[in-house]
Design a protein around this ligand. Structure first.
Ligand SMILES: [Zn+2]
Length: 463
């Protein structure tokens, strides 16, 4: 099957150009002017932005947390992703205590073994660091699981500073790195105890127990550890100015540090936790939402290339599941849906409102995750030979964000009522048209993708 997209505005990480693009046999077979092919279905996409399919490098599908399991599994989650222009997700396989990395990976392959609508891979979360786990790092890379995740908080998952040092050093020698959840676990526990003892049990106590300083301190510590290990590292879901400043300072000191943020930290703020009727629970995630000032700082950092990727940390729960913490904010399952809305939000509110360029959106949504996570140039770029993963955005298309009709398996939308201008119109997954006029028309074509080693380049100062 061949498709010829005529006169689109092709977007790369460096800029835009108008051209035709021919999709054949699952890949981009030709890019140029005045292309013709009698055997191809021709589509006029003039005035539309043609992006390499978006990659969401931070999702949690089918994850067991807080005595429940996320509302989206791989089947619904990958369909939601595709509907929103994301042609690949990278989820987190997890080694739980007592397991080998291989067991963790097998568990996640089994979990993702049903219908997938976009392509997928996993990072591997290491929760126990032993000599035999160290030996498994090479096996994981061989299996196409080339990046890792570490936690500085959550008792079931966290490693201590010395272990983090050893992991980062080992990964560096293997040619790769880890993303790290940065929060100060012990101090957060103390703040939680203090809030509970004071009778503060509502969602408003959640951000009070996890202040920005707790994140910034952990980011600082991580940067010190990475500096000593002379190893690259990524701070995932960076939420605030203080944490970001730690990353900037570490880079100046020579640490090869990468930064990720998420739409919820760009668009939502902590006042939402004060909403009446337990509504604040729907915004509970860790780290929590911050201030409007932090949002501004994050946007500037995205524009300047200080932040490398915008992923979602999609970890969805229904309102009923959120009720588990009705009388105790620490029992609210933490996480927000986001995999379906990320591309539309970033395009409309980022590119459409002039906060970032079309090329910057390409870098944070496609190119940088592809490079950092060993997918480039198979994905993340419009180039001859690359997978024909294409997201077509109509800059004039209006879209209302609402829970009604969303593909995500959740009964609320954190951005309910937001009116977007500029939205996903078509999505091709390896050449197959799966979204038309913003509607998911084809499911089930997603595959597991083996990834290569990362490319650590960090570029600032691009427009
Ligand atoms: Zn996460």
């Amino acid at each position: 099957m061949k498709t010829l997209l005529k006169n689109g505005i092709l977007v790369s990480g460096k800029g835009t150009r108008t051209a035709d693009i021919l999709l054949a046999d699952g890949v981009i077979s030709k890019i140029g002017s005045d292309l013709t092919d009698a055997s191809a279905e021709e589509m006029d996409v003039s005035g539309k932005y043609i992006y390499p399919g978006f990659i969401d490098a931070h999702t949690h599908m089918g994850l067991h947390v807080a005595g429940t399991v996320t509302a989206d599994d791989f089947t619904t989650g990958t369909a939601a992703a595709l509907a929103g222009g994301t042609t690949m997700i990278i989820d987190f396989g997890t080694q739980y205590h007592g397991e080998s990395l291989a067991q963790g990976l097998n568990n996640w392959h089994a979990m993702a073994g049903g219908e997938n609508s976009c392509d997928y891979s996993f990072h591997m979360s290491i929760s126990e660091w032993t000599p035999s786990v160290k030996n498994e790092v090479a096996d994981m890379i061989e299996a196409g699981i080339t990046t890792f995740k570490l936690y500085m908080t959550y008792p079931a998952m966290m490693l201590d500073d010395g272990e983090i040092y050893e992991v980062l050093k080992t990964l560096k020698e293997a040619g790769t790195f880890a993303g790290v959840h940065c929060e100060n676990a012990a101090l957060i526990d103390a703040l939680i105890r203090e809030n509970k003892a004071g009778g503060f049990l509502t969602p408003a106590a959640h951000p009070a127990s996890r202040p920005d300083t707790m994140e910034a301190e952990a980011v600082h510590r991580l940067m010190v550890i990475a500096g000593e290990a002379k190893a690259p590292v990524m701070a995932v879901h960076t939420t605030n100015e203080k944490a970001l400043n730690e990353i900037i300072a570490a880079r100046k000191a020579g640490v090869n540090a990468f930064a990720e943020t998420c739409p919820q930290y760009l668009f939502l703020d902590r006042s939402l936790y004060e909403l009446p009727d337990f509504e604040g629970a729907r915004y509970v995630c860790a780290p929590p939402l911050r201030t409007k000032k932090d949002q501004e700082v994050l946007w500037k950092a995205v524009k300047a290339g200080v932040i490398d990727t915008v992923s979602t940390d999609h970890c969805s729960f229904t309102l009923k599941q959120k009720e588990l913490g009705r009388n105790d904010f620490t029992k609210i399952p933490g996480g927000l849906p986001g995999v379906e809305t990320r591309g539309n939000l970033i395009f409309s509110e980022g590119v459409g409102k002039g906060r970032i360029s079309p090329a910057c959106a390409c870098r944070i949504l496609s190119e940088n995750p592809a490079r950092l996570y060993g997918l480039y140039p198979k994905k993340g770029v419009l180039a001859e030979g690359s997978d024909a993963d294409i997201t077509v955005i109509d800059p004039e298309k209006e879209k209302l964000l609402t829970k009604d009709g969303q593909v995500t398996n959740v009964d609320y939308n954190p951005y309910e009522g937001m009116k977007l201008k500029g939205a996903v119109e078509k999505v091709f997954l390896r050449g197959d048209l799966c979204v038309e006029d913003g509607k998911l028309i084809r499911r089930g074509l997603g595959r597991f993708i083996k990834r290569g080693l990362p490319d650590y380049r960090h570029e600032e100062g691009l427009a």
